[in-house]
Design a protein around this ligand. Structure first.
Ligand SMILES: [Zn+2]
Length: 74
């Protein structure tokens, strides 16, 4: 997976507004997952996205821990 795989949102015929579906979370749901084309895509923010790779999960943990300590993440 890479950022270059994203579709060009500026060319989308219509914008679909979807926020993270985690209860109580009001983050933008930028991370979608659908098990098949017949199933509607579900959306989460990165923190709640349940289909992260191991590397993505580790990166998120490091970021959250750094934020807890008040460090600046570059
Ligand atoms: Zn969320």
């Amino acid at each position: 997976m890479s950022d270059t795989d994203k579709p060009a949102l500026t060319n989308a015929p219509k914008m679909y507004v979807h926020y993270c579906e985690e209860k109580g979370c009001e983050e933008w749901g930028g991370w979608g997952n659908s098990p098949s084309p017949a199933v509607a895509t579900r959306w989460w923010c990165f923190e709640h996205f349940p289909h992260k790779s191991y590397e993505q999960e580790q990166a998120l943990r490091r970021k959250l821990e750094a934020a807890k300590r008040g460090d600046i993440v570059q």
